[in-house]
Design a protein around this ligand. Structure first.
Ligand SMILES: Nc1ncnc2c1ncn2[C@@H]1O[C@H](COP(=O)(O)OP(=O)(O)OP(=O)(O)O)[C@@H](O)[C@H]1O
Ligand SMILES: [Mg+2]
Length: 265
């Protein structure tokens, strides 16, 4: 289609939101290679943990998953969270996401005490500020890939057209355009993982928490996902925390935070 005609159509549909839409589209077009030099970390703290602990009780046994962790992550940082299996990485991410509450200590995100949020304010926090990539995907088995990706948008104000446009854009950004109408069981593990990543990006979160987002991907696809994360960070100042066992992925972060046995190394 002729570019000017397309632009005119977009302006008619999007009105005041046109500039943002065009910016979004340019972010994702082909996912440009990001600049080599790392960003300076001048932004304010967006995540603050203060002496945060988490103890799980299972019958008579207790597991100290986090044993007093204090840390800060700054706006616009890409942080890799590493450490052996069972060291508390997923637990830490879940506390930041408000999917679980700490046993003691505090979790503050963007000035809000997440450990004290409840009910509607918690739901709003998750829907509007956060994109979460689950370690085990959690795609709805009876929804197609594209509908799965649209699910988070049901909890924020968005027109159907915008839902559709963003879904298309992110499905393409993770290389799944030809699988958009498939059910999760018809997808490979890596394809499900990429769908889960696309879903986390749909509401343009200010903070992306990704639990081993490249764990099922080959190195070319893992690189493409890290390119996409870097691009989104550069364009939108998004903060991204990535749990990973992959040294190559960790090496691309601005900073590595390592956990061992529930403590920072
Ligand atoms: N819901 C739960 N109930 C009881 N124990 C739990 C629960 N979730 C995690 N744990 C325990 O807490 C510890 C930390 O688990 P966590 O899932 O945070 O580790 P992880 O670093 O993400 O490991 P992995 O790399 O294998 O994903 C482990 O010993 C785990 O068994
Ligand atoms: Mg984990």
């Amino acid at each position: 289609m002729d570019r000017n005609k397309l632009l005119k159509e977009i302006r008619e549909l999007y009105g005041d939101n046109t500039e943002q839409l065009l910016k979004d589209l340019s972010v994702l077009q082909g996912v440009k290679k990001p600049a080599k030099n790392k960003r300076t970390l001048a932004g304010p703290a967006i995540i603050t943990l203060e002496d945060t602990t988490k103890t799980y009780k299972l019958g008579k046994t207790t597991v100290d998953a986090l044993k007093g962790v204090s840390l800060q992550v700054h706006q616009g940082e890409i942080v890799a969270l590493t450490g052996p299996s069972g060291s508390g990485k997923s637990t830490l991410l879940q506390l930041v996401a408000g999917l679980d509450h700490p046993t003691s200590g505090s979790v503050t995100v963007d000035g809000v005490r997440v450990d004290q949020l409840k009910g509607n304010s918690m739901a709003t926090y998750r829907a509007e500020k956060l994109g979460f990539v689950f370690q085990f995907f959690y795609l709805q088995p009876f929804l197609t890939l594209k509908t799965n990706i649209k699910v988070p948008t049901m909890f924020v104000k968005m027109t159907e057209l915008e839902r559709e446009t963003r879904a298309k854009m992110f499905v393409e950004a993770v290389g799944l355009s030809d699988r958009a109408d498939h059910l999760p069981r018809e997808l490979s593990g890596g394809q499900m993982q990429r769908a889960a990543i696309a879903r986390a990006l749909m509401n343009h979160p200010n903070l992306i928490l990704a639990d081993e987002p490249t764990g099922n991907l080959d190195s070319a696809n893992a690189d493409a996902i890290m390119d996409l994360f870097e691009q989104i960070r550069t364009e939108r100042g998004t903060t991204i925390v990535v749990v990973t066992h992959d040294q190559r992925v960790a090496a691309r972060a601005d900073r590595i935070i390592e956990l061992k046995d529930g403590r920072l190394v």
